[in-house]
Design a binder for this molecule. Structure first.
Ligand code: FAD
Length: 410
């Protein structure tokens, strides 16, 4: 086992994918558990060794997902389009996550919050840490959109005798944390999640920014928005917008790690609350309250929130059927610019929007990742693909079977 110090975690944060994964199992998201003394629990907890969504859902909710939206969004008790009435400067959106983490500390409900700040000297390299004051949590606001070994901090939690903990992280962290929960000797655990997809190692993020932005070094904030564009805000305040269809994927095809291409939990479904944006109207956040503890968290932040209605427009069926056909193509050429411009215009005018946008992108990733497992890791399918994926994608079974000459279900 590596001895983990702040500087080892920082070194890891800066490493390339191949350096990080040397000597590890083939599919590894670097969740950090294996950097801690809890490493022996890895075979029982890692989402890429044995996915346990069914069992964990049963434990958390006493049931599994209902048909309909829960197949894509996970089990939830409440879903809100909301945001802080007073947005926090430096936050990714309005700052709901860090406000919640800070409040737990202010009220003495937890002794520590595992969150992610930027490694010194960088804007975006993630450095997980145990925050013990509200100010430390608030200072960790904003995405560091790279793979981050957040569970590596669990040894420090134990060494400091912390029994009431809040954890902020992505679904690969949360799967391992939930599967290990009984072994952690915690009295109370609050799990606050972000939706997450197609994450990258830090050097690959820098490469991505160089490819998509006219001025990569001045990007201070960026987000994949629901208007089918990436918005990149620069130091001088101007916002550069790049259409999704204009991303030169040929130059970026090795950028996503196998773990993200083997992830079936975009919405971080095993949390107490998940806070993202992609099902909400533009400018609003998307909050799921999933458990009783999630309701407690919601009550803590509710007085600071304003709410709006969800909406939906368009249909995802046709675009995802086209995606299946595209997945079957080899040596796909880049679409010419005038056609890309037309596609971008049509997507914004009549493509899936609102909740339908969220359903559309979640299904897209499920379809792509199912194909990735079947192509690259076929022997892993029964262990890595959770139970709900086949029912969630049932509407695509005829096109899938015709395209790949293989049933969609196992
Ligand atoms: C890599 C990544 C991909 C995402 N993709 C989507 C998406 O596709 N759809 C969607 O709806 N939402 C996505 N999100 C979540 C979204 O961008 C916002 O983080 C979320 O809505 C919270 O906003 P906020 O203003 O409340 O957060 P803030 O109050 O600004 O807090 C952000 C929190 O995220 C933590 N954090 C930052 N970087 C990481 C990291 N690399 N790993 C773990 N935790 C981190 C910070 O420590 C902080 O606690 C993603 C987030 C990340 C980090």
């Amino acid at each position: 086992m590596i001895e983990v110090t702040a500087s080892t975690v920082q070194d890891i944060a800066l490493m390339s994918q191949s350096e990080r994964l040397k000597g590890r199992p083939k599919i590894c998201s670097d969740c950090g558990l294996c950097l801690s003394s809890y490493r022996p629990l890895m075979p029982e907890t890692c989402a890429f060794v044995k996915n346990q969504t069914r069992e964990i859902e049963q434990r958390l909710h006493g049931r599994n997902r209902k048909s309909g939206d829960e197949l894509l969004f996970g089990v939830y008790r409440g879903m809100y389009a909301t945001r802080l009435r007073q947005p926090r400067p430096g936050a990714q959106w309005s700052g709901m996550i860090t406000t919640l983490g800070a409040r737990l500390l202010e009220l003495g409900l937890v002794e520590g919050v595992i969150t992610t700040r930027a490694a010194p000297g960088t804007r975006y390299a993630p450095l997980p840490f145990l925050a013990c004051t509200p100010e430390e949590v608030l200072a960790s606001a904003g995405n560091k959109p790279c793979i981050s070994p957040n569970l590596s901090v669990m040894d420090e939690v134990r060494e400091r005798g912390i029994k009431r903990l809040a954890f902020i992280g992505a679904s690969c962290h949360v799967h391992a944390l939930r599967a290990a929960e009984a072994e952690l000797s915690l009295e109370k655990l609050y799990v606050i999640g972000i939706p997450c997809t197609d994450n990258v190692a830090y050097p690959d993020l820098l490469r991505f920014l160089r490819v998509v932005s006219a001025s990569p070094d001045t990007v201070v904030h960026h987000e994949f928005m629901t208007d089918y564009r990436i918005w990149l805000r620069h130091e001088d305040g101007h916002v550069e917008k790049v259409n999704y269809v204009d991303l030169p994927m040929g130059e970026l095809d090795d950028v996503f790690p196998d773990s993200c291409l083997a992830c079936f939990d975009y919405v971080n479904s095993l949390t107490d609350v998940t806070i993202g944006y992609m099902g909400a109207p533009m400018g609003w956040q998307w909050l799921f309250v999933r458990t009783e503890i999630g309701e407690e968290l919601f009550r803590l932040i509710e007085p600071d929130l304003e709410f709006t209605d969800f909406f939906e427009r368009g249909s995802r069926q046709k675009s995802n059927e086209d995606l299946i056909r595209i997945l079957a193509m080899t040596n796909r050429k880049r679409t010419p610019l005038p056609i890309r411009k037309l596609i971008a215009f049509m997507q914004r005018r009549s493509g899936p929007a609102g909740l339908e946008f969220a359903r559309s992108v979640i299904e897209m990733k499920l379809l792509r990742n199912l194909r990735h497992i079947r192509t690259k890791f076929p022997r892993h399918e029964a262990r890595v693909i959770p139970y709900f994926v086949y029912s969630a994608l049932e509407a695509y079974a005829p096109v899938y079977e015709k395209t790949f000459d293989q049933p969609l279900s196992q």
